[in-house]
Design a protein around this ligand. Structure first.
Ligand code: CU
Length: 252
């Protein structure tokens, strides 16, 4: 069941939405904030009324009336939660799109790494004991696995507009929070397990990626760039990365 169009857009409150579901998440947020603002204002009015009206003029509510108010509040909050859960199920709990681009996102103190499977479409095995950023293998890709030979590891997350993306989140050390505000996605990267995020970027541009979990002293500088490009530009970028990888980076 589709949600109605946004009550208002919040350009002064939210960064520009750049993904398929951004406007629906914004609509839900706007609705929730509007309802809560209404309750806040009602609370202030009742507080002032309690201060300034004589005690005998404050009408006493019958128990039945109080129960009805309580149940109405409960129903409202259940409805708000159900809408939010429904949107979450629809955007995240559905099977991964068959044509989705799979990108592995790895958080490490204090850097994001993005791995693409390369021409064979299969990620090479990684082994934590092989992870060595100084040696040019920050993710520990096992050289014994041929699938890893064409894997592309980048410090920039480049995504084609209009294509479903499955981000597989990992962490090499502590819990990091992958947060791309413009795509309206945020998920923890937890050591020892994979968490999935589904998103379809739609608007070309460069956007920030940050870490939303305080993950150590360098947390403040743990950010990266998300670049949403056209499918043609994405194909060019992948080809460039593959060529750069097959060319030795250091001449003897
Ligand atoms: Cu972090």
């Amino acid at each position: 069941m589709p949600l109605p169009a946004p009550l208002t857009s919040l350009p002064w409150l939210l960064p520009r939405g750049a993904s398929l579901y951004a406007h629906r998440i914004d609509a839900l947020l706007t609705l929730s904030l509007t309802i809560l603002l209404g309750f806040f204002l009602l609370g202030q009015v009742l507080l002032l009324a309690g201060f300034f009206l004589p005690a005998q003029t404050t009408a006493r509510l019958s128990p039945a009336y109080r129960w009805a108010l309580l149940l109405a509040l409960v129903a409202l909050f259940v409805w708000m939660t159900a809408r939010a859960e429904h949107l979450w199920m629809e955007t995240q709990m559905t099977p991964t799109d068959a044509n989705a681009l799979h990108v592995e996102v790895t958080g490490a103190q204090f850097q994001w790494y993005f791995r693409y499977a390369g021409a064979d479409g299969i990620f090479g095995q990684t082994r934590l004991e092989l992870a060595d950023a100084a040696a040019g293998n920050p993710l520990g890709i096992d050289p014994a696995d041929p699938h890893g030979a064409d894997d592309i590891v980048s410090a920039v997350l480049v995504l084609p507009a209009g294509r479903a993306v499955d981000l597989q989140l990992h962490s090499l050390d502590v819990i990091h929070g992958f947060f791309a505000p413009n795509l309206r996605i945020k998920m923890n990267a937890v050591p020892g397990r994979t968490t999935d995020l589904h998103v379809t970027p739609t608007v070309l541009g460069d956007y920030p990626i940050v870490c939303s979990q305080v993950c150590g002293l360098g947390h403040y500088r743990m950010h990266a760039v998300l670049r949403v490009v056209s499918p043609q530009e994405f194909a060019r970028w992948m080809a460039q990365q593959a060529a750069a990888q097959s060319t030795p980076s250091e001449q003897p």
